[in-house]
Design a protein around this ligand. Sequence first.
Ligand SMILES: NC(=O)C1=CN([C@@H]2O[C@H](COP(=O)(O)OP(=O)(O)OC[C@H]3O[C@@H](n4cnc5c(N)ncnc54)[C@H](OP(=O)(O)O)[C@@H]3O)[C@@H](O)[C@H]2O)[C@@H](O)CC1
Ligand SMILES: Nc1ncnc2c1ncn2[C@@H]1O[C@H](COP(=O)(O)OP(=O)(O)O)[C@@H](O)[C@H]1O
Ligand SMILES: [Mg+2]
Length: 282
Amino acid sequence: MEIRGLIDRGYVHTVIRKRPVDVHKGDCGKVLIVAGSREMAGAAIFASKAAIRCGSGLVKICTNKKIFLSLQTSVPEAICMEWGNTKDDLMQYDCIAIGPGMGVDRRSKNILKMILKDFDKTVVIDADGLNTIAKYDELQQLVRKTEASVIMTPHIGEAKRLLGNANIADLTRIEIASFLRKKYGCMIIVKGANTLVAVSDEDAYTNTTGNPGMATAGSGDVLTGIITSLAGQGLAPEDAAKAGVFVHGLSGDLAADKLGEYGLVASDIADYVPFALKELTE
Ligand SMILES: NC(=O)C1=CN([C@@H]2O[C@H](COP(=O)(O)OP(=O)(O)OC[C@H]3O[C@@H](n4cnc5c(N)ncnc54)[C@H](OP(=O)(O)O)[C@@H]3O)[C@@H](O)[C@H]2O)[C@@H](O)CC1
Ligand SMILES: Nc1ncnc2c1ncn2[C@@H]1O[C@H](COP(=O)(O)OP(=O)(O)O)[C@@H](O)[C@H]1O
Ligand SMILES: [Mg+2]
């Protein structure tokens, strides 16, 4: 695997376009985000707020009923759904995200299994979605076999778990991506300063946006929402992954210009997504 180039503004301009005047919400993607739990409502809020702010026509959140009220207060545009109802026809969605703050248990395993078996568009897997896959061989096989285009978004700690707790401390980002790619055969985003996006066994790209202010709880959940939204709006999985990390970093940069790096929080990144998209489509 080699770094083929940088993810820069010039490239992102070619994949995120100004909206046609006659567009309607049905054209803007219907996405499902499986996220959150009683202890971690925030993760579901950040991901769904980012997805709606990134332009999705409809965002549905599948989560624990106990956090419906917090979600509906923080992101009233999103529709809440209970875990048990995930069987509701998955193919109606243009993209599905799974993982932020959902916990690692049998229920997480079962939902992942269902999505990987029954869905054939883009699936973004983050956080506890990745931790659950790391725990069950059966899911690891399914990631390799699924017809869906899977995008995994690990930070270094999650990457280590996905590689069976191997010692990866001395590996470069590209070596980590390469091992993950060999094991899972899907698109891999290794997060952190200069996030790396590995789109095939040969090709990887480095992001050029983002700042240390983004080292704050929930900023990865925002990234999940952005990539999911872009894939749901019709970007090819590879473009959703690459443009998604760029838009995420640019939103963080615009937020930091205004707020500085210390006080920047995840909700700010989601709130600045519209400004990043405005800049990119003007
Ligand atoms: N408000 C909410 O609801 C929020 C909920 N959230 C949810 O919390 C859940 C747990 O997710 P999490 O990422 O916080 O914990 P976890 O996977 O154990 O990772 C920590 C381990 O990984 C390592 N590590 C991490 N990054 C690294 C790096 N860049 N480079 C190197 N190492 C790195 C780190 O190592 P250390 O720093 O200790 O050396 C440590 O061992 C998950 O469901 C998530 O969605 C969050 O989204 C926050 C907001
Ligand atoms: N120093 C940094 N520079 C640029 N981006 C960063 C930096 N630190 C963290 N980020 C970004 O913030 C996000 C953190 O995601 P993650 O570790 O999953 O956090 P959380 O689980 O709390 O949401 C990633 O997109 C990562 O690239
Ligand atoms: Mg995370």
